[in-house]
Each structure stands twice: as C-alpha cells, then as structure tokens.
Design a protein around this ligand. Structure first.
Ligand SMILES: C[S@@+](CC[C@H](N)C(=O)[O-])C[C@H]1O[C@@H](n2cnc3c(N)ncnc32)[C@H](O)[C@@H]1O
Length: 271
C-alpha cells in the first residue's frame, strides 16, 4: 500500500532518485497514453500526479500549455528544475487546480486519492465541458514483469505471501480492475468512458553498473513489490534474493538491457 503520506515522504524521495529507471519503465505505455490525447497543440493540459514532470515536458514539447500537479515536494522540485511547464504542489483531489483545462492526463498518478470519486469530480470541475481525459494505469501485477518476475523468482526465500490487497488499495495496481475504476470515473461525472489494454516491453535499469542485469536488479531492490517485501530484511537474505532475481533476469537480457513485459490500461473519457 502506498498512500499520499508515503508520496510526501519516503516513496517520493526514493522515486526522485530513480527517474533514470522510472522513465524507461513507464515511458512506453505512457507515450501511448499521450498519443491517445490527440492533438494538444495550444491546449491547456493538466498532468495529474506529474511526479518529476517527464510527461509534462513531453506534452509541452507537443506545444501544449501544461500544468503539472503533484503532492511530492521532492518530485516537483525535480520537475521545476527542468521547466517547460507550470507546476503546482498540491493534493490534486482537493486543492485548487487553476484551469479550466482543455484536457487532463495522468501517467500512473490517478489511483492514490483517499476519496477517488470526490477527487476525480474535483478534477472534472477544473476541466472545460467535453474536455479530454486520458489516464494510464497498470493492469494486474501478474501481467507486469517488473512486479511478477522478481516476486516469483524469490518466492521460496520470501516466505508466506501476503494475500493480494483488495482492489483500490492505493498502490501501483489499485486500478488494475476496470470494474473498480469505471464506476469511480462515472460517478465523478466523466462521460464516454472507454479503456483498452496496451502492452510494451520496457527496460529495467537504474544506476551506472556496466552489467545490465545488475542495473535491473538494483532497480528491483528499490522500486516495486519486491522492494517493499525486503524492508527490514537482514543483508545476507537480501543478497541471496538479489542473486535469484539476477538469475531470473538472464532470460530477459536483450542486447545491453533487461526488457520485461508491461501491460497498462489507457482510459479515455470526456468532462
Ligand atoms: C506512480 S507516480 C507517477 C509519477 C508521474 N506521473 C510519472 O509517470 O513519472 C504517482 C505520482 O502521484 C503523485 N500523487 C499521489 N497522490 C497525489 C495526490 N493526492 N495529489 C497529487 N499528486 C499525487 C505522487 O506524488 C507521484 O508523483
């Protein structure tokens, strides 16, 4: 479970150090989401949960007037350093958002609100009538190699697996089930809702180790479900787990990178 306090604290801090790995992971499905937004030139676009601003900059490069909103001071500081968009440090679910916006976009920043219906109604209220919505969010963990491959490889060393959290528990897979997210957006007043699954192979990496498998393992030890299971584990156990994960990643070594399957929903709608 990752909530807004985590994003304001340790998780936001860790993400701000790992954008060299997060952009390669989220980029392929995120780019498909940006394409789904259509022509954004001269449009006012709100990037919800913009993090370090990668997608805000991508939208700005398409001549959109972008405002990114995020609750993490650490991530927003990185975004501001690189400019290209306006940024608001705020809880997107309740705080003033400016606008009105012609379009709303979010790459994996949609599923952390305490009251999701109220939050997405608040965002709709900052959007012109008919304005486009595109949300990119992960499909289930077992369909995303960055989550499932390391957990499966380390299963025998991790002990008893906790049951999967109920749909909607804030975290990367909170919106994996359309049966969960569709009523939220519908009740928040968004129209013409549709969604399609997209798949891409994404590179797992962080840091500058010359060995691509070592870079993939470093990323996995810091971000994602395995990283959370390792918290508080003795160093010897972590080393053992890193070794079995490295062995599993050999199968996904593709030239100079470890590439794993990812799968996400692209949700579209109108205000
Ligand atoms: C998984 S990250 C995605 C970041 C960014 N969209 C990207 O693709 O790199 C989720 C983001 O949502 C932000 N977030 C979580 N809850 C939020 C809230 N209530 N209001 C604004 N941002 C929030 C986090 O701080 C974090 O930057």
């Amino acid at each position: 479970m990752v909530n807004k306090l985590d994003w304001q604290g340790s998780v936001g801090k860790e993400w701000s150090k790992r954008m060299d790995g997060l952009d390669p992971l989220l980029g392929p499905v995120g780019d498909m989401g940006i394409t789904a937004l259509g022509n954004v030139a001269a449009k006012r676009v709100l990037d919800v949960g913009c993090g370090a601003g990668s997608t805000s900059r991508a939208l700005a490069s398409l001549a959109a007037n972008v405002t990114g909103v995020d609750i993490s001071q650490d991530l927003l500081a990185l975004a501001k350093q690189q400019g290209a968009a306006d940024y608001i440090l705020a809880n997107a679910a309740v705080d003033p958002l400016g606008g009105p916006y012609d379009a709303v976009f979010s790459r994996c920043g949609a599923m952390f609100f305490d009251d999701a219906v109220a939050g997405w109604a608040h965002i709709r209220n900052a959007t012109v009538q008919g304005g486009n919505l595109v949300i990119v969010c992960w499909c289930a963990a077992q369909e995303n190699g960055w989550a499932s491959i390391p957990i499966k490889a380390a299963a025998s060393l991790l002990g008893e697996m906790p049951p999967p959290p109920p749909a909607g528990t804030p975290g990367p897979f909170a919106w994996a089930d359309p049966g969960f997210f569709a009523p939220i957006l519908e009740n928040a007043g968004w129209n013409n809702l549709a969604w399609r699954a997209v798949e891409a192979h994404a590179v797992l990496t962080t840091g500058d180790d010359p060995d691509p498998v070592a870079r993939a393992v470093q990323f996995t030890l810091r971000i994602g479900p395995l990283a959370r299971r390792l918290e508080g584990m003795p160093p010897e156990k972590r080393t053992e787990i890193a070794q079995v994960v490295a062995a599993a990643y050999q199968e996904y070594l593709d030239g100079d990178a470890v590439r794993v399957p990812t799968k996400a929903w692209i949700i579209t709608g109108n205000a």
